[in-house]
Design a protein around this ligand. Structure first.
Ligand code: FAD
Length: 465
């Protein structure tokens, strides 16, 4: 499409396709830095994270946590009896979730507006190297940022299509909006999303089973964490079936094989949570380079094989996390501005919002192929605040370089792990050592004291000899 057909007002320094965490953060950053910016979103600003992922799941989990505390109130010396009845109001829980999402969407609209970035609702298509078509109009972008994210992977097995049409089989988006809390909630897939939903519906009263293809759930995280979380989930009443090979659904029954033995389970709601695939739809006709795993090839600045086209966030399949998309967005825009913002994948924290929470950063001992490291581990029972809170499940494990005390990794199960991990994120970014952690004053009592305690222990055990 020749450029002269595109009016001046439709010419932009940067066009961003997708308004999720990658797209809107990129839009704000580009606009605030004086680039004429257009962000295009086909569904809702905030993308998967805000509308179908991070925020709605955590809002529902918070309600489940309050319910959990009420059920355990006697642990804190509170007997609930007589008229002081309590029950779940699922409709109200859903409304609260929707209100939180709506409030945040409004916030993003405001951010883009104050950054003077133009926002258009519509499905965009990159029809040539610089030209984007949306709502029947053409727009020219000097630079293009692809931030189109990902969608759930489906299981193409007999009976699944029909069961999905009938509403027995759901994906993670549908699992957020069930009309009622199911009697039985079965999850295929023991990854982070599957486990968070399993815990949610378990706490809300469903009979929950996780069916996992591999020999353990949460297979990508440190082995000690996944083993301990398995024990905690089983203690909560969640059934976990590993090494399962799912076959088909027949008459509301899921058939699968475990160690060559046929098994079956009646389903009420079945969540298929077996990963996500990138959304290439808007730029399928553009000749970009992909690797053998069908991932878009990007360099360290997130540039694709066509250097004026960047790809960020889930669509790159690097690590599908909202804060990775945020970081990518800033890196890509900075590069457009002539800056070089580094990113160390290893310093990316991740969290699982179960009760207790799980979090980690850096290397685990299973990933280090030399002996130049020491491990310092401490159970949560050693902390006064954890005892005061009656939340003593879990432990923290830190890995330090033996010769220097440099922090190599941190892996933990703790009530507030998702907040705690940021201290280690900052410490790693600042190249702090075990000695810096031990020299840092932490408030007492607090769960964060664990870092002081564990560093002190590591120094006594390994560094003072
Ligand atoms: P997306 O959020 O997928 O946004 C892409 C956007 O592009 C979408 O809004 C889409 O509509 C739009 N789009 C696509 N094609 C077009 C087109 N042609 N035209 C216009 N717009 C288009 N991550 C965390 O870090 N923490 C969590 O706790 C967490 N929890 C999660 C829970 C669930 C259930 C799920 C599913 C995901 C969760 N994630 C979490 C992952 C997180 O949501 C993603 O990593 C993040 O949303 C990726 O951001 P993105 O901008 O790359 O893509």
């Amino acid at each position: 499409m020749p450029n002269k057909e595109i009016s001046v007002e439709n010419k932009f320094d940067v066009i961003i396709i997708g308004g999720g965490p990658g797209g809107y953060v990129g839009g704000e950053h580009a606009g605030k830095n004086g680039l004429k910016t257009l962000v295009i979103e086909k569904e809702n600003l905030g993308g998967v994270c805000l509308n179908k992922g991070c925020i709605p799941t955590k809002t529902l989990l918070k309600s489940a946590k309050i319910f959990h505390y009420i059920k355990e109130a006697n642990k804190y010396g509170i007997d609930i009896e007589g008229d002081f009845e309590f029950k779940l109001n699922w409709k109200q829980i859903q409304t609260r979730k929707d209100n939180v999402v709506q409030q945040l969407i409004e916030g993003i609209k405001f951010l883009l507006k104050s950054a003077k970035a133009t926002y258009i609702e519509g499905e965009a298509k990159l029809i040539s190297d610089h030209v984007v078509a949306v709502n029947g109009e053409l727009y020219h972008g000097e630079k293009i940022i692809l931030a189109t994210g990902s969608t759930p992977r489906y299981l193409n097995l007999p009976g699944f299509d029909v069961a999905q049409q009938k509403g027995f089989v759901v994906d993670s988006t549908q699992a957020l909006e069930l009309k009622e809390i199911p009697k039985k909630f079965t999850v295929i897939g023991g990854g982070v999303i599957g486990v968070e939903f399993a815990l949610l519906y378990n706490e809300l009263g469903s009979d929950v089973t996780i069916i996992q293809g591999l020999d353990r759930i949460l297979e990508v995280i440190d082995h000690d964490l996944s083993k301990t979380m398995t024990d905690i989930l089983i203690k909560k009443g969640i059934k976990i079936i590993t090494n399962a090979n799912v076959k088909e659904i027949k008459n509301k029954t899921l058939h699968f094989e475990v160690n060559a033995k046929l098994e079956k389970i009646e389903i009420d709601k079945l969540l298929v949570s077996i990963g996500r695939i990138p959304d290439f739809g808007s730029f399928a006709e553009i000749d970009l380079v992909y690797n053998v795993k069908k991932q878009i090839v990007v360099n360290k600045h997130l540039q694709t094989s066509k250097r004026h086209i960047y790809a960020i966030g889930d669509v790159t399949q690097q690590i599908m996390l909202a804060h990775v998309a945020y970081k990518h967005a800033v890196m890509a825009v900075d590069h457009i501005l002539g800056l070089n913002t580094p990113y160390h994948l290893i310093e990316t924290p991740w969290c699982i919002y179960t009760f207790p929470e799980v979090a980690g950063i850096g290397l685990s001992e299973y990933e280090i192929d030399n002996k130049n490291f020491v491990i310092s581990k401490m159970p949560m029972t050693h902390l006064g605040k954890a005892l005061a809170d009656a939340e003593t499940d879990g432990f923290i494990k830190m890995i330090f370089e033996k010769t220097t005390g440099k922090i190599l990794g941190c892996h933990m199960i703790a009530s507030t792990a998702s907040d705690l991990i940021s201290e280690i994120s900052l410490a790693m970014q600042a190249e702090a050592t075990v000695f810096d952690l031990a020299a840092t004053i932490h408030p007492h009592p607090s769960i964060s004291e664990v870092f002081y305690e564990i560093a002190k222990k590591a120094i006594y055990d390994h560094f003072s000899k």
